[in-house]
Design a protein around this ligand. Structure first.
Ligand SMILES: C[S@@+](CC[C@H](N)C(=O)[O-])C[C@H]1O[C@@H](n2cnc3c(N)ncnc32)[C@H](O)[C@@H]1O
Length: 229
C-alpha cells in the first residue's frame, strides 16, 4: 500500500513539474526561472522553431511595413526579441529602411540575435532588460512589437502599459495572444479574443483588431491615439 501511495505521489509530482517547467515554461515560478530556461535553450531555439523566411515576410514583415508605409525611416522596438526573429524579418526586406531595437531579458538569446543581426549592425541594436521597465523615454518608437512572449511575463499589464508609453502617438503596437489548449493552461494569463482586445483598449490603444496567425497564437494590433484619451 505504501508503495502504491509513493508511486502515485511521484507521478503527481512529475505531472506538476511538467506543467510548471514545460507547459507554462516557469512563469508561475518567477521571472528568473523563465529567463534561466531561455538561457538554457537559446542555442537550439532557432533549429526547433524552424521559421520559414517567406512565411515571416508574408505574415510579419509586410503587414508591419504596411502600417508604417507613411514613414521613410521608422524606429521599431521588439520586446522579448529572443534570437531576433522580428528584427531579422524586417531588416531583410529591401524596402524597409528603418531601424530596429531588440530587447530581451535573456543574455544567451540576445547573443544568438547579435550573430544574426551582424550584417545590419548600423540599423539594429540589442538591449538586455526585462519588459516591465523599458529603458526608453515616452513617445520614442513608431512601432512596438512583442511576439510569443506576453504569457511568460509575471505582469503582462505593466509590460503592455510600458510598450504603450514608449510608443509615439499614432504608433502601432503588435502583440500576440496565446490560444489553444496550451494557452488556456496559463490560467490567470489567458484571455479570450474579446478579453484581450479589451485589455489593449484599457491600456490606451484604439483601432484594436485580431488576426489569426499560428496554431497557438493570434496577432493583435492596436494604435496609440494622437490625442491622449
Ligand atoms: C518564446 S520566446 C519568443 C522570442 C521571439 N519574440 C520569437 O517570436 O521568436 C520568449 C522570449 O521572451 C523572453 N522573456 C521572458 N520573460 C521576459 C521578461 N520578463 N522580459 C523580457 N523578456 C522576457 C525570453 O527570454 C524569450 O527570449
Amino acid at each position: 500500500m505504501i508503495w502504491v501511495g509513493l508511486a502515485v505521489s511521484v507521478m503527481l509530482l512529475g505531472l506538476l513539474l511538467y506543467y510548471l517547467l514545460v507547459v507554462t515554461e516557469g512563469v508561475f515560478l518567477g521571472r528568473r526561472l523563465v529567463v534561466w530556461l531561455y538561457d538554457r535553450v537559446a542555442g537550439t531555439y532557432d533549429t526547433r522553431k524552424a521559421v520559414d523566411p517567406d512565411y515571416e515576410t508574408f505574415f510579419l514583415a509586410r503587414p508591419l511595413q504596411h502600417h508604417l508605409k507613411h514613414l521613410p525611416n521608422p524606429l521599431i522596438l521588439d520586446v522579448a526579441t529572443g534570437t531576433g526573429r522580428l528584427p531579422v524579418a524586417l531588416l531583410e526586406q529591401p524596402l524597409f529602411h528603418g531601424r530596429v531595437m531588440g530587447l530581451d531579458a535573456s543574455g544567451k538569446m540576445l547573443a544568438m540575435a547579435a550573430d544574426k543581426l551582424r550584417p545590419y549592425h548600423f540599423r539594429a541594436a540589442l538591449v538586455q532588460q526585462t519588459a516591465d521597465r523599458l529603458p526608453f523615454t515616452a513617445h520614442t518608437f513608431d512601432a512596438v512589437t512583442c511576439l510569443e512572449a506576453l504569457e511568460f511575463f509575471p505582469d503582462d499589464e505593466t509590460a503592455v502599459r510600458e510598450m504603450v508609453r514608449v510608443l509615439k502617438p499614432d504608433g502601432v503596437l503588435l502583440v500576440t495572444r496565446r490560444k489553444g489548449a496550451w494557452g488556456k493552461a496559463f490560467l490567470g494569463n489567458y484571455r479570450t479574443v474579446a478579453q484581450f482586445e479589451a485589455f489593449l483598449r484599457t491600456a490606451g490603444l484604439e483601432t484594436v483588431y485580431t488576426v489569426p496567425w499560428q496554431q497557438e497564437y493570434d496577432q493583435v494590433y492596436g494604435r496609440k491615439p494622437t490625442i491622449p484619451r
